[in-house]
Design a protein around this ligand. Structure first.
Ligand SMILES: *Cc1c(COP(=O)(O)O)cnc(C)c1O
Length: 378
């Protein structure tokens, strides 16, 4: 049995991990963290043991902010916040900070439902105000993204919430939709599972948030990028540690931040810069996704049913035409060092999550295995 090394030197024995999250990190990053574990830059302690107010961690935090701003070309009028609680906590933190934004209106927000994550987001928001479902593809099984022209946006909504990559069903917005500037609303995007895989058009969005554990680093860190005019509308019930204005003014250190997770995220940002930044990694992501979808479309044995115009570059669900072969598929894949391919229970079948850290060689190995499994199943 040959275990691939993810194409990275010194990484022998590592598997190709297709997990949807927490997911694979670049082997180079893990190796650097291992090398620096006991004594970071010779300072005599681990990053985990440092005061968050000391100059060592201060430099790690400042570098992480700067690198992320550069990678995503975040404009000056947006603040970057490192928070905690994951994207699911943001499902509450967003309405708490934003739903009361429009003076003279009752708190209200529009939600576009394109999969299981946007369903969860709108459910949570209902605790804080009125929710209008502007569009939903639930009745069609979440296989596409409804065109903006068909959204029924409210005149009085504080924001319109989207999940720009639905991790479970595998649909992705390939451009940030433009909603009318005169609507008074602003786009809020849950980008947890494709952040940093492609550029973000900040002229079309007011808030972007993401849990770290798919494309940024360890679970426990949550990224929020928010336009500065949206910081001052929190409902009085908002916990202080979740108030964007307070977190922003404290440079994400109102409470003790997840220091080690921020450090690893910072190493990932530097790794991304070495891959040619977001433009470079996007080219790699397009090549990986195209290879896999082309193979799926050419096969009579496997199928992906998502509208080709909305297929996710990050999460590729697929079914075996003969579902009785599912367990055999997973077992044989595992023996080849290809792991975490089982689909989410809501969709069934398989799912290959091919985030930034998955090399092209991993996708090639998966396809080679899938061909062989088809042959031997005939
Ligand atoms: C994983 C995921 C979440 C959940 O994140 P938590 O860190 O568990 O809160 C929410 N939204 C999307 C799009 C996700 O992929």
């Amino acid at each position: 049995m040959q275990i691939p090394g993810q194409g990275q030197p010194g990484a022998a024995g590592r598997l190709y991990n297709f997990s949807a999250g927490p997911s694979a990190l670049p082997a180079e990053v893990l190796q650097q963290a291992a090398d620096e574990m006991l004594s970071w830059h010779g300072c005599g302690m681990s990053v985990m043991e440092m005061s968050h107010r000391g100059k060592e961690f201060g430099s790690i935090l400042a570098q992480a902010f700067a690198d992320l701003r550069e990678l995503l070309a975040v404009p000056d009028n947006f603040r970057i916040l490192f928070m905690q609680g994951g994207a699911i906590a943001e499902n509450a933190i967003v309405p708490m900070n934003l739903i009361g934004r429009r003076a003279g209106f009752t708190p209200k927000a529009d939600y576009v439902v394109t999969g299981t994550w946007s369903i969860k987001s709108q459910e949570e928001a209902r605790k804080y105000g009125e929710v209008n479902i502007a569009a939903s593809t639930e009745a069609q099984g979440f296989l596409s993204i409804p065109p903006v022209a068909e959204w029924r946006l409210s005149d009085d909504a504080a924001y319109v919430h989207l999940c720009t990559n639905e991790t479970i069903v595998g649909v992705e917005y390939h451009e940030m939709p433009m909603i009318g500037q005169d609507s008074g609303s602003v786009v809020v995007a849950d980008a947890s599972s494709h952040i940093l895989s492609r550029p973000i058009d900040f002229s079309r969005v007011g808030v972007v948030y993401a849990g770290a554990q798919k494309n940024i680093g360890p679970a426990g860190l949550t990224l929020v990028i928010v336009r500065d005019d949206l910081l001052d509308h929190a409902l009085p019930i908002t916990p202080t540690a979740f108030n964007w204005r307070i977190v922003s003014d404290a440079d994400s250190m109102y409470n003790t931040p997840p220091t080690y997770a921020i450090y690893i995220a910072g190493l990932v940002f530097q790794w991304l810069k070495r891959q040619g930044g977001v433009a470079g990694i996007e080219r790699a992501n397009i090549a990986k996704a195209q290879l896999l979808y082309d193979y799926l479309d050419s096969s009579a044995f496997y199928v992906n049913r998502v509208d080709p115009a909305c297929r996710s570059r990050m999460n590729v669900p697929f079914q075996l035409r003969d579902a009785t072969r599912n367990d055999a598929f997973l077992e044989a894949a595992r023996a080849r060092g290809l792991v975490q391919l089982k689909g989410h229970k809501l969709v069934g079948g398989m799912r290959a999550s091919i985030y930034n850290a998955m090399p092209l060689a991993g996708v090639q190995a998966l396809i080679e295995f899938m061909r062989e499994f088809e042959r031997t199943s005939a």
